[in-house]
Design a protein around this ligand. Structure first.
Ligand code: KIV
Length: 299
């Protein structure tokens, strides 16, 4: 049995799958990826959707926030992820300032991620203030996932990467934002770093799917960052993540072995080596001896 059929279906995942899963109380699994190779691996593992997150700014590009990520970065990565994916829904994140300027600008940028890069949906951060933009995109046929709670593009306004909506007023505002997104046509919303009770309450109140990250266990699904799951993030592990493998340590150990083998002269070995045909070797050796620059004076 393939991993896909263990996960339930070989059919491509769409936004309708999200709705069906919510009705059936089956949780949706999402993981980030930023290139074709990792997309192929997570797709083969049977995830439902792959988020080409602007977290790539921190996990892959080495910045300390997501703000420097550009449309070109996301478009190129999304194209690669789409090429590596057979079944999962590919959701492209809209980077900072790609959707905040105006709904028209957002439509042009989201359209590019769909038409040029091949995304199946886009994600954007914000609540009621971006609802007109969400409506503009959904009316153009672009499925939209919202993102509330800790919205990393507002990290400077939030005063850091910290848990949101612990108090009643902020929690009520988050619920209002959820409803605004749903009314504007969003098919799902990421709830990042909020109290579990609030995420569970929102999940029960909304028709769209809630996708948690640092939001407890009561959402309709979960999203995690590839590097956090696999131990590729260096020393730092966010509180909401669990390492399912220590690939970082494995990679360092493998590259150290490769380095030692090269230095010791045991790599490449016979298996990695091709040889000339014997006659050709004799001919080239003779030719080379004649053309050896050190012996030119002897000719
Ligand atoms: O950019 C990203 O990876 C995200 C997830 C953390 C939800 O927005």
């Amino acid at each position: 049995m393939s991993v896909h059929s263990q996960a339930g279906s070989e059919r491509p995942v769409t936004t309708l799958t999200f709705r069906a899963r919510k009705s059936a109380r089956q949780r949706v699994v999402i993981v980030t990826a930023y290139d074709a190779a990792s997309a192929r691996l997570v797709d083969e593992a049977g995830v439902d959707a792959i988020l080409v997150g602007d977290s790539m700014g921190m996990t892959v590009l080495g910045f300390d926030s997501t703000l420097p990520v550009t449309m070109d970065d996301i478009a190129r990565a999304t194209g690669a992820v789409v090429r590596g994916t057979k079944r999962a829904l590919v959701i492209a994140d809209m980077p900072f300032l790609s959707f905040q300027v105006s709904p028209e600008d957002a439509l042009r940028n989201a359209g590019r991620l769909m038409a040029e890069a091949g995304a199946g949906a886009v994600k954007l951060e914000g609540g009621a203030t971006v609802a007109p933009t969400v409506r503009c995109l959904t009316e153009a046929g672009i499925p939209v996932m919202g993102h509330l709670g800790l919205t990393p593009q507002s990290v400077h306004q939030l005063g850091g990467f910290r848990v949101q909506a612990r108090k009643a007023a902020a929690a009520e505002m988050l619920l209002e934002d959820c409803h605004a997104l749903e009314d504007a046509g969003a098919f799902a919303v990421v709830l990042e770093c909020i109290p579990a009770e609030l995420a569970t309450l929102a999940t029960g109140r909304l028709a769209m799917s809630t996708i948690g990250i640092g939001a407890g266990n009561g959402c309709d699904g979960e999203v995690q960052v590839f590097h956090d799951l696999l131990g590729l993030g260096g020393d730092f592990t966010p509180r909401h993540a669990r390492h399912y493998a220590e690939m970082g340590a494995g990679i360092t150990e493998a590259v150290a072995r490769y380095s030692a083998d090269v230095r010791d002269g045991v790599f490449p070995g016979e298996e990695q080596t091709v040889h000339m045909e014997p006659d050709a070797l004799d001919e080239v050796s003779a030719w080379s001896a004649k053309h050896d620059p050190l012996r030119r004076g002897e000719r």
